[in-house]
Design a protein around this ligand. Structure first.
Ligand SMILES: [Zn+2]
Length: 642
């Protein structure tokens, strides 16, 4: 195997060099890609090299997309970020044009796969399917209409998101409603001359308020505002968006948008989405009713005779019951999670689990001094697998959630995979939920690196079906809930490891509400699926019916949840995916010994059969190869009912 080197990044403070790097990787990649498209257009039918050129083209595109996507989100220089964003647009345009090019399609359709590396048939079938899903084989008029619809879909999607951003509202409530909220929250919300405080619809404002404010009237007012984000502006936008997607799907020969969308996912068909939603809702019923009864019983101590909890009360009483029954104090838990120890612990734990060594590269420059770079080596062979960059703390202008980004997608014999974790954790201490998030995102990073040696870039890294990609990460979260694992790095200032009894209570508190949470998620999934499948005339009415059917808590009258449900843009009809991959994550985890999460055999087998395989096989086959049987929902159902 040839010896591959990681990228050499420019010096951290050399902005000119970073601009040069961006241009070389992205504009250079674009130019190379255009050249390769031209080569493909002139390739004679049946040329044995066709698919290799196709692969080269996608290596060039992947490299350009990765650098533009990453730097637009993390580089400290605002102008550079903006330029990178503009480049992303150019890359999207090139890809759209390519996938509607009948000449390239004809060349690909005649591409032989004999004598090519394993997986060539799969790469070719996938490419041809993508072309067909773009409508390349339709007549010119239909292609023109599809182009229009696609542009219209982008516009409507952007308008939908913009209305949510611009439609942010606020609620004025009496200052006394802040009783029960943390001190820093109270300080950040000073009363005006009328003795009122203003609560915005931003998550950091609304979420703690709904969790902790003991004033039911104020909670209802805040929730009412929150559930009217985007109303009424987004109602007609969503109507149009659903119709545009439906027409696209029908022009391409599908019965509905959900059928079109599900074709490239594990779930396969729109009908299967409907069946899945009903099955999960059904399986969650007993657990949901049990836990909802606990909350209602507690709420009746405050409000005798209360009939049913609604969405403005549920989170508050969830917190009350958690506090009273499980005695978990988030502040006390934080003492055990010093940020630097957590990071070291994460590397130690995953290194031991998957037979990896992370070698710090302190001299490697990056886009910011806080980024920590490591080479990833396979312990058993010493092979260099790739490089990771951990960019874990917030700063101005940086992406403000947690996600894994590609810097380079690995291709066997050609380029080493490099991945980046972009998060926003505190520099000194972390909440336990942040520790869980860190393990989750690191799962994506490992997937990216471990699956980085395929000859076909199509198979590289997290290249599986979209409703499977979360499963490996959701499974890795389990390690952040295990006392044996946590006590290896979670120690307080006196050096005392986190007590087993505390972890036990944290787990119990976390488990409370999993049933009603699942039913709420199925309500969201049903809105996402049924809106696209049925194109309801009255969206508010249909949303209310679906809430009655799936959600445990009563909806507030006069609210319009669907107008602020931002995932309807990105997920379309596929909001079920998160729960779908959680079902598989629980099934995968059932192969591990909960008494010994470091048992080496099963972890190594998982690493090699599931993670390293990337997109080279269907996810269902990977899971079956690992479990020795097809996946099923028994472990998930047992967890829900447990
Ligand atoms: Zn994830």
């Amino acid at each position: 195997m040839s010896h591959l080197e990681p990228l050499t990044l420019p010096a951290t403070d050399d902005l000119e060099a970073w601009n040069g790097f961006l241009d070389t990787r992205v504009l250079g990649g674009l130019e190379e890609a255009r050249g390769l498209v031209a080569v493909l257009r002139e390739t004679p039918a049946g040329d044995p090299e066709t698919l290799l050129v196709w692969n080269d083209l996608h290596v060039a595109l992947a490299n350009a997309f990765a650098v533009a996507g990453l730097l637009s989100q993390v580089h400290p220089d605002g102008e550079l970020r903006e330029r990178a964003e503009g480049y992303e647009q150019q890359l999207h345009e090139l890809r759209t044009t390519l996938m509607l090019d009948p000449v390239v399609y004809a060349v690909l359709s005649a591409a032989p796969t004999d004598g090519l590396p394993d997986g060539a048939d799969r790469v070719l079938a996938d490419a041809l399917r993508s072309f067909r899903r773009s409508g390349v084989d339709r007549d010119e008029r239909t292609r023109e209409r599809l182009r229009e619809l696609s542009a219209r879909e982008t516009d409507l999607g952007q308008a939908f998101s913009r209305n949510i951003r611009d439609g942010a509202g606020e609620t004025r409530v009496p200052a006394s409603a802040l009783a029960g909220l943390p001190d820093d929250y109270v300080e950040a919300h000073p009363a005006d001359e009328d003795g009122k405080v203003t609560i915005t619809t931003g998550y950091p404002d609304t979420n703690p308020f709904l969790m902790f404010s003991a004033d039911p009237k104020a909670r209802h007012a805040v929730m009412h505002t929150f559930l009217n984000i985007g109303w009424p502006a987004n109602d007609p936008v969503l109507h149009d968006l659903l119709r545009v997607r439906d027409e696209q799907a029908r022009l391409l020969g599908y019965a509905s948008w959900p059928d079109f969308d599900a074709e490239v996912k594990m779930i396969g068909t729109g009908d299967a989405v409907a069946a899945f939603i009903d099955k999960i809702a059904e399986d969650a019923t007993a657990s949901a009713e049990r836990d909802a009864a606990l909350l209602l019983e507690r709420a009746r101590q405050d409000h005798p005779g209360l009939g049913r909890l609604d969405v403005a009360d549920a989170r508050y009483y969830g917190e009350v019951v958690r506090r009273e029954r499980f005695d978990v104090d988030g502040q006390a838990v934080r003492r055990y999670f010093a940020s630097d120890r957590v990071r070291a612990g994460l590397l130690e734990v995953t290194g031991r689990l998957f037979g990896l060594e992370y070698v710090p590269v302190p001299d490697a420059p990056s886009w910011h001094t806080e980024v920590a770079t490591y080479d990833v080596r396979l312990v058993e062979s010493g092979d260099l697998l790739g490089r990771i960059h951990l960019d874990l703390h917030p700063r101005a202008g940086k992406y403000n959630h947690a996600a894994q980004f590609d810097l380079v997608r690995g291709v066997g014999g050609r380029q080493l995979p490099e991945g980046v974790l972009v998060c926003n954790f505190g520099r000194t201490r972390m909440d336990h939920s942040e520790v869980v998030t860190l393990f989750h995102e690191f799962g994506h990073l490992l997937h990216h690196v471990l699956a980085g040696r395929h000859p076909w870039v199509r198979f590289s890294g997290v290249a599986t079906e979209w409703d499977f990609v979360e499963a490996p990460s959701q499974m890795l979260e389990e390690w952040a809930w295990d006392h044996g694992v946590l006590s290896s790095f979670a120690v307080d200032e006196a050096g005392e490891p986190i007590p087993a009894a505390l972890v036990e209570r944290m787990r119990a508190a976390d488990e409370l509400g999993k049933g009603y949470y699942a039913r709420t998620q199925m309500y969201y999934a049903a809105v996402s699926y049924r809106f696209h499948a049925e194109l309801p005339v009255d969206l508010t009415k249909r949303s209310q019916e679906l809430s009655d059917r799936y959600a445990v808590w009563a909806q507030l009258p006069g609210t319009h949840f669907h107008c602020g449900f931002g995932h309807l843009e990105g997920y379309g009809s596929g909001y079920y995916t998160y729960m779908w991959s959680l079902v598989i994550a629980k099934d995968l985890f059932s192969a591990f010994d909960e008494g010994d999460l470091f048992a080496p055999d099963v972890a190594t087998r998982y690493r090699d059969t599931v993670l390293a395989a990337g997109g080279s096989r269907d996810a269902a086959d990977l899971v079956e190869a690992f479990l020795g049987r097809p996946y099923d929902s028994r472990a998930f159902t047992a967890w829900l009912e447990g």
